[in-house]
Design a protein around this ligand. Structure first.
Ligand code: 4NP
Length: 177
């Protein structure tokens, strides 16, 4: 996490009534629906659900319509999260709808730039690792699909860290507005 408030997409959120965030990974069945669920639980815990629009999508189209991967649902449930998102693919319109588009790794970021309609919209892309605090030594959220249980637990730890930082930054930004 490196002077994140100076990133244009973050400073542009100052004073907004509703913050619209889209989390993106490859399949939209492991990392990004988990990020969506964690972010939702953080804003609900703080009584701020009405101020946020939170969604997730995949750059790939392999699992459209499916619920998240069973392994991710089981690990998330152990932390009190029910993941109910149905997989969808990211679209050009997402770049107009959302303020912040958060890829999990560099490959997701490259793929997002192919879908982005303009350089201005490219600026809405801010990788998840930018928000890491306790896990600042990680530069991406590793794909857990071919990993064991520890891979899924690691993803949830990283996302909890990143989403808490994202929430705190927006909150501080808007309180000082
Ligand atoms: P995700 O994980 O990008 O975190 O949802 C994956 C899910 C499915 C596949 C790859 C990664 N797949 O190749 O089907």
């Amino acid at each position: 996490m490196n002077n994140i408030e100076s990133i244009k997409a973050i400073s542009c959120l100052k004073g907004k009534e509703k913050i619209k965030v889209l989390f993106v990974c490859l399949g939209n069945i492991c990392r990004s629906p988990a990020a969506e669920g964690i972010m939702r639980s953080i804003v609900e815990e703080h009584g701020e659900a009405d101020c946020w629009e939170i969604d997730s999508a995949g750059t790939g189209n392999y699992h459209i319509g499916e619920l998240p991967d069973n392994r991710m649902r089981i690990h998330a449930r152990r932390r009190g999260l029910e993941l109910q998102h149905h997989c969808r693919q990211v679209t050009t319109d997402d770049f107009y709808e959302f303020d912040l588009i958060v890829p999990m790794d560099a490959s997701n970021e490259t793929n997002l730039k192919r879908v982005s309609p303009s350089e201005e919209c490219d600026e809405k892309i801010v990788p998840m690792a930018q928000f890491f605090n306790r896990f600042a030594h990680f530069d991406h959220v590793p794909d857990p699909y071919y990993s064991g249980a520890e891979g899924f637990e690691r993803v949830l730890d990283l996302l909890q860290d990143g989403c808490e930082t994202l929430f705190n930054i927006i909150k501080t930004n808007n309180t000082n507005a």
